[in-house]
Design a protein around this ligand. Sequence first.
Ligand code: GLU
Length: 428
Amino acid sequence: MATPMVEDKLVLESAETNPFEAMMARFDRAAKLLNLNPDLYAVMRVPNRELKVYIPVRMDSGRIQVFEGYRVQHNFARGPAKGGIRYSPDVTIEEVRALAAWMTWKCAVVNVPFGGAKGGVVCDPWQMSQGELERMTRRYASELIDIIGPEKDVPAPDMNTNEQTMAWIMDTYSMHARHTVNAVVTGKPVDLGGSKGRREATGRGILFVVNEAIKRFKMTPPTTRVVVQGSGNVGGIGAQLMHEAGYKVIAISDVYGGIHSPDGIDIPAALEHLKATRSFEEFPGVESVSNSELLELECDVLVPAATENQIRSDNAERIKCKVLAEGANGPTTAAADAILHRKGIFVIPDILANAGGVTVSYFEWVQDRMGYFWKEDVVNERLQDIMVASFNDLVKYADTHNVDTRTAAYMLAIDRVAYDTRMRGIYA
Ligand code: GLU
């Protein structure tokens, strides 16, 4: 099954944990293999626009604190820019720039008519009250008003943001527009124009592509041992759906650590325990593992669904799965790619594996613009059609071009964006 991969010495020597370099290393390799026209290369390798804002917020103490926020709009060739907003003390403009580019390639891989964007605010949401979060979100949204909108750029939830955050952004935007504009964001509460199935969409998308991948190994869910890193919107829901589909989920974690049982974990009970106690500790009948030990467990499917740079050149050799389904954005460094490839691990790259979220975001945007809302079954069925077709397109592309699946995903995406850019022409 292993196919030759183009080794790029530069990839291995690059600063391994810089997500923008990780993205560019893959972009450059794919562009070279595609023989991308130099003018298109020059335009596509950089973002279209980057906005940095300073956000004053009246804290509960009565004092003003100023937060730094970003919105990077990477590409508009295929439609409005699209991508989440994350709140974290570690957010940097470089990370947001990489995540924005990943959105462009992700939307192209699943062929939804969006470009890519991403936003971030440097803050510690765990230390902030709901009131402080609301005021920060509204002021950040008001700073973005000129560049977001249903036809321009449509934000969504990402790390540490949720339906409530989207409702505040939608309301702030709508107050300034003087009428309700629900298509300005996706991932809203269902009652405010959100889509049924959006919250579960990223996890459900992972389930659909894993279902396809295990067929290549002649495995079925009951005989497939799954390890999930993360228990949030992607990992938690993904694990739950895989458990319901009959998979044997043998390990799961949150930021502090994880639990492991070779016989399989009762995932609904474990998530209940996590919700009630805010920790997996003391969950009965399992052994504790650290997040790095969890990644190295013997399993069939590994789903890193937490954060970037989890699989690197220093631990990739010890990864023991058959299928790596990347739930997070950028969980594998570019330097680790070659090692996984050599080990014969079948990688479902992030820009496909976690694209279920943006796919249902697209459905949400369509429903908002129609003012007509679909049943959950319709949403899930259409999501399945797109994920399965995109998986098959990707595998076929990899086979035809004799490249690994990661390279194939970038090539496929870049080729689609390049075609549209060429047809539109460069306004230069
Ligand atoms: N934040 C999610 C992602 O990284 C979803 C983005 C969206 O729905 O626009 O794919």
